[in-house]
Write a protein that binds this ligand. Sequence first.
Ligand SMILES: [Zn+2]
Length: 167
Amino acid sequence: MQEPRSAGALGSEFPYTLATMCYIEVARDGSVRWGNDTSTYERALAGDSRLYAVWPGQWSSHLFVIDDLDQYAGAFGIVHDPERTGLADHEHQIRWAVSPYEDKPNGAYISIDVWLDCGCEIRDLPAFAKQMRDQRGWDIATTSGWGGSVSNTERRYSLRARRKSLA
Ligand SMILES: [Zn+2]
């Protein structure tokens, strides 16, 4: 038999949001449930439960203890994590333009180029999309491809966004 491994020790190597990750919650009274919901973090933080996860591998699976709840909360966007997302928790200074490569500029979703003059970097698109929805009402697509390019003078991001949400 083996002890569960520490998820916290793996830091950002631990894929918290992997779709096949199986979370197991052991309540104080010993009852066991699996999955995770919006209040899993609160229960674990309050000490009402302990959280484990089975990380499935191709040949074998391993049990981890979720012992760094800050990492867990950051990965799921429950708590904003500037380090992991590259994004400060502030009102971003944004410049943007319709991409010169957009061939359907009147479509529902269009490609845009974005520059963050505040110095932030986009490392986590869902986190950036959430901030932009809150700050400007933008509806950024998080399922389609996106990218960034860095030159000596600037860092530009190419994103897809719902045209009518852009202002
Ligand atoms: Zn910023």
